[in-house]
Design a protein around this ligand. Sequence first.
Ligand SMILES: Nc1ncnc2c1ncn2[C@@H]1O[C@H](COP(=O)(O)OP(=O)(O)OP(=O)(O)O)[C@@H](O)[C@H]1O
Length: 290
Amino acid sequence: MRWFIVNPVAGNGRGQKVWRQLKKIMDERQIPYRVLFSEQAGHAEELARRAVLRSDVKSVIAVGGDGTVHEVGNGLVGSIMPMGFIPAGSGNDFALAHRIPANPGQALERILQHQVRRVDTADIDGKTMIGFAGIGFDGRVAEAVNLSSFKRWLGKLNYIWGALRVLRSFEPAQVSVSIDGKKIDVGGVWLIAVANNPYYGGGMKICPFAVNDDGKLDICCVNNLSRHQFLKIFPTVYKGVHIHHPSVTMRQGKEIIIDSDTRMVIHADGEVIGETPLTVTVRPRSLSIL
Ligand SMILES: Nc1ncnc2c1ncn2[C@@H]1O[C@H](COP(=O)(O)OP(=O)(O)OP(=O)(O)O)[C@@H](O)[C@H]1O
């Protein structure tokens, strides 16, 4: 039996609408399933953990946005239970990275084919990042977006709205970064992104060469920029050409330890999970996806 974990509030209620379409298809084709709705933040992870303990569950299908992928993935990581994803959120970067169709019927079709792949995730002090994480500016953007009452109306523009809002007050920090044991001190840091997938923030190609089963994390560090310069390179991230800017450094590694002189917010898959200091460690091929 397949379990659907539906976030009804994802994408301004799109989760609920998408579920109605999926239900119709599953019922018409008489495919056995069970549906569970997440009732609050963290609930989808708990439901996914429950599925892992059952021998009658063939796959767990997350219906929502990247936050739902984050929660369901946290519940399944380390197990062999495959995760399917039907995009119904506002950003859907996981879908973009895995070429999952935006059309719910087509995305379901792919899941029903049940082709399992193992992908890397990363541990961040006990929490799991599925696709991407960010420290600094984009942590603050995730915080602003998740607290905002406009979130439901803006869709993909959320992140741009959040970025413009945070830009006014953001102060870069002095950061120490250790990648696989090599430590460097970096001044004027705006953000450090760590990624398994190229996309985040609703289609920004922050780490354009990230590969999700290579056992390595891609790192993008942006530092030493004025507010004006930062605003200027921001749009170039959509095409991934920001990597040529002298203030952008790209690296790869398996373990990244970051500390900063002032508090920096951390997000994983768009969900705020804490503040610096932090240790990010790759977990090679630790999640099965469909
Ligand atoms: N029943 C619920 N009521 C309120 N919040 C919920 C409920 N179920 C899940 N959540 C929370 O909803 C948040 C947003 O979910 P999700 O990220 O899937 O959608 P989204 O924000 O629309 O999409 P995206 O992250 O792709 O922009 C998550 O933080 C999740 O914990």
